[in-house]
Design a protein around this ligand. Structure first.
Ligand code: FRU
Length: 473
């Protein structure tokens, strides 16, 4: 294992080149590029004054780092938010043949916050006319002032085709607010949702709202809401609701609380805007950490990674709705070398995709090393279990060493797919009908993977994109 502070650097997950990162922000597709902005503090490896870091990709797998897009200003730090392409030039920032990219984000005024004011979070906008490379903040900011509520943040904006205008979903303490606007500048409140439904163990953050088709020509609206703390494994997690949206009001299908990911480390994720109809996918990426220990995980030159990108698909099961998180097909380009098959396989690197077919109750996959460290994935008693309690370093947090369980519910497990990187393990049952995303910090590299119980295992090595980039430098 390297000892230069980079030993846990993910090799194919997105990480900032250096220093602190949290939520993914402003994901938008424009002229062949996927943009990823992110909560970033460039001066330290712990959370601080927030900027928007920036990267672009043509496949969500290989990323090019770009200069910081948005810096804090006199109105405050730049907290989480979204970005859209203003195709109809509703803002007047662009032209009809040259649409502006517009970012809608939260201003967090640290002075107001420290002086005990309550209205220190407001929403502002900025635009770019050069494919996101440089940004101009709107001189009339904030566009949405604070009505007197402490937690008022994380605007996710989308174009509402039916009446050719914009919608914003905003996290407001223990609920969301929905606003409408003709021009991204003037906003009118339409409704509130959530005070009496869903998980409420913590504050609501980073919502998203979008329509998804389901088999049979029907479609439903899905609302994502991150919550911290109060997740199924403690701390941060993302719940979702399935329902109807009439342009003003979201009406849930039922009262159930559903979780997008049952691991400890997938937070604040939202979906890409402006994916062309010819593609049609709803693409998601999350922050692969948890506020319980995000600031103290044992990495130093940088902190935090994103999950692998996932496609969200809405399934109808018996009388239930389920949001599936499928690893995107672009990840196939990471595969290098031959496929290995067997029940006891030697790892040639820390970056692997492990696939088990014909799983059933009693399937157990152990990823281990000679020093006795072990990450265990089990299907038993109608549950998926991922046990990282003996999988490496954990002294940095009281809650990190844990055994995570999730009920399979109506899911009949057939396949397990595991994406391993140097400090994470993402487990997908049936291509994402149930997911557990977890960080893991083995003291020594894992050396082998063993299968016991039902199943057939194969494994392929994945490319080390980060390593290859470092070699080129
Ligand atoms: C979620 C969050 C957001 C906020 C941002 C600040 O992790 O707390 O609500 O905008 O992080 O960095």
């Amino acid at each position: 294992v390297q000892a230069d502070g980079e030993e846990y650097r993910p090799q194919y997950h997105f990480t900032p080149p250096a220093q602190w990162m949290n939520d993914p922000n402003g994901m938008v597709y424009f002229e062949g590029e996927y943009h990823l902005f992110y909560q970033h503090y460039p001066d330290s490896n712990v959370w601080g004054p927030m900027h928007w870091g920036h990267a672009v990709s043509t496949d969500m797998v290989h990323w090019e780092h770009l200069p910081i897009a948005l810096y804090p200003d006199s109105l405050g730090y730049i907290f989480s938010g979204s970005a859209v392409v203003d195709r109809h030039n509703t803002t007047g920032f662009g032209a009809n043949d040259k649409p502006a990219m517009v970012a809608i984000y939260t201003y967090h005024d640290p002075v107001g916050a420290s002086e005990g004011q309550i209205d220190y979070q407001t929403q502002g906008i900025a635009y770019s006319l050069d494919k996101g490379r440089t940004w101009t903040k709107y001189e009339g900011n904030p566009v949405l002032p604070n009505p007197g509520i402490i937690d008022y943040r994380d605007p996710k904006v989308f174009w509402y085709d039916k009446d050719q205008s914009w919608r914003m979903i905003l996290a407001v303490k223990d609920r969301v607010h929905i606003y409408a606007s003709p021009d991204l500048i003037n906003w009118e409140k339409k409704s509130e949702f959530g005070a009496e439904i869903g998980a409420h163990g913590g504050v609501w953050e980073c919502p998203d709202l979008f329509e998804l088709p389901i088999a049979g020509g029907e479609s439903k609206w899905v609302m994502l809401v991150s919550i911290n703390p109060g997740g199924p494994q403690g701390g941060s997690a993302t719940q979702y609701f399935v329902g109807a949206f009439d342009g003003d009001v979201f009406t849930p299908e039922d009262e159930q609380t559903r979780w997008l990911d049952y691991g400890a480390d997938n937070y604040a994720g939202v979906t890409w805007s402006d994916i062309p109809d010819s593609d049609g996918r709803r693409l998601f990426i999350g922050w692969m950490s948890n506020w319980q220990y995000a600031n103290v995980v044992p990495t130093y030159t940088w902190r935090s990674a994103m999950t692998i990108p996932r496609e969200l698909v809405l399934l109808k099961q018996k009388n239930n709705y389920l949001l599936q998180s499928k690893p995107v097909q672009e990840l196939q380009s990471l595969i290098v070398g031959e496929q290995a098959m067997g029940s006891d396989l030697k790892l040639t690197s820390a970056t692997q995709k492990i696939m088990v077919n014909k799983v059933a109750q009693g399937t157990r996959v152990s990823i281990k090393n000679a020093q006795g460290e072990m990450l265990v994935i089990v299907i038993e008693e109608e549950q998926l279990v991922v046990d990282r309690s003996k999988a490496g370093k954990s002294a940095f947090s009281d809650v990190f060493a844990a055994r995570h369980t999730a009920s399979l519910g109506d899911i009949v497990p057939v396949t397990l797919t595991v994406y391993m990187d140097r400090s994470s393990v993402e487990v997908f049952v049936n291509e994402g009908e149930l997911v557990m995303t977890n960080l893991v910090f083995p003291e020594h590299s894992f050396e082998r993977v063993q299968l016991s119980g039902p199943g057939q295992m194969k494994m392929v090595a994945l490319k080390s994109i980060w390593g290859e980039q470092q070699e080129e430098l």
